[in-house]
Design a protein around this ligand. Structure first.
Ligand SMILES: C[S@@+](CC[C@H](N)C(=O)[O-])C[C@H]1O[C@@H](n2cnc3c(N)ncnc32)[C@H](O)[C@@H]1O
Length: 282
């Protein structure tokens, strides 16, 4: 029996990310992060761990023709999708670069602003990553990044991780926990300070994630994760039982308008020390 036929795996992971996660929450969080970054026309921007390029595209609209935007990621499929969506929005001037954040392939002091939305917590070498972000910034340049708070402050992730983990093994759902693994403000402050940043501000923000239909959102969202294939290969009745259990548990995260769940993130802004080694003025 073909167990996968009754359960939809949606498109490629990056396309599904754009279709479900960007409208549900990443788009709104992008607005917040971009606002905190204080992007101005003419700025030269690097979007680190750009994924499908939601931040880079928004930044490109703000910097105008006198500025420039680069997106950078370690996943070629993400970058391909980013390029495709940017072309669709006539933002072909964005440059896309592939590589690991421990060695950003961008020349020293090339950027006025570095942005990294929900990337830092996934990097194995966080200190090196921040040192690289500092290296590519001009003296006095600005950094804006975001990381989710702990998983108990993002109950939607916690609910999915627990139920799916019970069915297919906790290891498979580790992505939810690593998303929320860098929430300690003092740890964040120390990492940034050691990388040469000053005027560090760690700001707590809460936003509602929304999507018009929870029924539609759930299989689409799950399709983004590597464990989606394990779910597609489950016996049909077991999968139905698991999905029903998830839907039931997620009802508290819905209202008359569909999915509605609070998410908490730290939004961090900082300045690279000026050329005299002193903190940049606010
Ligand atoms: C949750 S996604 C965030 C994507 C994007 N910033 C957004 O706001 O939608 C995390 C991204 O980090 C990238 N990433 C993870 N480890 C990386 C590394 N070591 N170097 C560069 N990118 C990395 C992944 O490929 C993925 O695109």
């Amino acid at each position: 029996m073909d167990n996968t036929s009754s359960w939809p795996l949606h498109g490629t992971a990056p396309e599904t990310y754009e279709q479900y996660i960007v409208p549900a929450w990443m788009g709104a969080w992008t607005d917040t992060l971009i606002e905190r970054a204080g992007i101005r026309p003419g700025d030269r921007i690097l979007d680190v761990a750009c994924g499908t390029g939601v931040v880079a595209r928004r930044a490109a609209q703000l910097v105008g023709a006198s500025g420039s935007v680069m997106g950078f990621d370690a996943d070629r499929n993400m970058l391909e999708t980013a390029r495709k969506f940017a072309d669709k929005e006539s933002l072909a001037s964005i440059e896309w670069h592939f590589g690991d954040v421990a060695f950003i392939p961008v020349e020293t002091e090339r950027c006025d602003v570095v942005i990294c939305q929900q990337g830092l917590q996934f990097f194995p070498e966080k200190q090196k990553a921040l040192e690289e972000m500092s290296r590519v910034l001009v003296p006095g340049g600005r950094l804006a990044l975001s990381v989710w708070r702990s998983i108990d402050r993002c109950p939607f992730f916690a609910t999915l991780a627990e139920i799916i983990g019970n069915y297919i093994g906790a290891e498979s759902t580790r992505a939810f926990y690593s998303s929320c693994s860098l929430s300690d403000r003092e740890e964040l402050r120390k990492l940034l300070s050691n990388a040469g940043f000053n005027n560090i501000e760690i700001r707590l923000e809460v936003q509602m994630a929304r999507f018009p239909s929870l029924d539609e959102f759930l299989p689409g969202y799950i399709s983004v994760f590597p464990f989606a294939h394990q779910i597609a290969e489950m016996a049909g009745d077991k999968r139905e039982k698991m999905l029903a259990e998830i839907m039931n548990s997620l009802l508290i995260f819905s209202d008359d308008c569909g999915l509605a769940t609070p998410m908490e993130s730290h939004i961090i802004t900082a300045w690279k020390n000026g050329s005299d080694g002193q903190a940049a003025p606010l």
